[in-house]
Design a protein around this ligand. Sequence first.
Ligand SMILES: [Zn+2]
Length: 536
Amino acid sequence: MTTDQHGHSVSNIGNSISRRVFPMRSGLSTGTGALMAGTLADAASEGNGPQLGRGAGKATAGTGRKKKSGETKTGYILGNATIITVDPKRSIITDGAIAVKGSIIEAIGKTDELKEKYSSLTFHDMNDHIIMPGLINSHVHLTQALIKGCADDVSLIEFLANRVWRMMGDYNEEEGKASADLCILEMITSGTTTFAETLLHSRYGLPGITQAVVDSGMRGVLAKSVMDVGTYASRDNIMYKGMVENGDECLKQAIEWKAKSENAGDGRINIWLGPRPVGSTTKEMLEQVAKTAREHDMGIAIHFCEVKQDVELMRDVYHQAPGDFAESIGILRDNTLLIHSVWLTDDDIRVIARNKANVAHCPASNSKLASGFCRVPELLAAGVNVCLGTDAATCDNAHDMFDAMRLAALIHKPRLLDPLLVPAETAIEMATINGAKALKKDHLIGSLEVGKKADIITIDFNHPRLVPNVNPVSAVVYSVKGSDVDNVIIDGKWIVKDRKILTMNQKAVMEKARKAIAQVLKKTGVENRSRWATGG
Ligand SMILES: [Zn+2]
């Protein structure tokens, strides 16, 4: 009998889950395309439409209308595309178009119908592109982009203690900002429009990082790190001194940060609490986190059961299974993001499902760090909302959510010997609407629907890898790469146009990052060479 890391028989579990997961495909309707028009145009705020650049589709119509106040209200249509909406019916619209007014999606339907009804809006011919909701990276570390490639193929303890914490524990605010800018730049240009960052230490410069997100045009959930012991799992005091923080001070900083920055950037920023895992955060401090989250209406993002030692610690020190422990201290809520959640039993999954907490699956990170397999099919079958993340650049060296979707759709099939598990449709849900639910934003983003925010990406299919495009959902998950994204719209504003980012100076961001990592390597003395002789 074959068993997985959890000792489960793989064949029985796989068969029972595939029966429950597979019917989700039948909910798809393709090419229906009935015009879905809304009346929320007047509610659309700001009115900052895109600035047209060279080579931007044919403009065949006027530029919007005047509001009563006299302020010009701009809008536009993206047409002649296949639209993967991820709406409740999971509609896929061929010959589709989407009309945007202000920050809001005004209508979605067939191109001919929208062109006629909204003839005053600027029309962009998307030339058989795929249009889909902006992707949501539910787990990322902005400040590790800078140390990409500095902790590859090493043990977890070497990874954390002697590389990641050692380097980041000597960051100054300039280096923190340089890393955040680099990470944001990479995410936006590969189709991510919203992200959740989990562990922001005050030494990285919280105001600078907040401003970086605001200026970029992205949506971000930013969690202040919380901890009270410099321990990881059962390894006492291994955390580098520059990373160690005081628990009460962390909570105070988080509350102050929220008071100052919540809903900054036209509502695009939210401040959460990011307790480090058990070991680095005592039970008493986690209870404080739960209390603070309730009192200040904050979400919680926590690395949970990433390694086997986390489970052992909860059992040995607190005499509880992970699910029971988390429930008893009050951190399992519908706006809690349990990151990784690799070492869960069936009982843990039941407790998580009962409390409606969310799981952020990071397939590249779990693979690269040999953490194990998150039981995604089992979690989905139990009704847990599972979303998707890349994790840090140190454990997924590219912040490409298409890569994350592909891995999520691939790695669970061999574990349970079932090719029906985590189909492409499920992978897209995890990267869009499930992420929105986990961040309590599914009323705003995560799908393309009338009245929702216009967070939209377009994918250029004029590439040998993407021809023929017989099944757009399959193509998005199994063939598309982040570099195929050529337009990114967030909150109705054009952020990337024809592969050029409009809100950041790409050259300057990369140059600053190169300088900053040289500085960090020099001051920390961390050696980072290939096993092969380098330098000649
Ligand atoms: Zn992480």
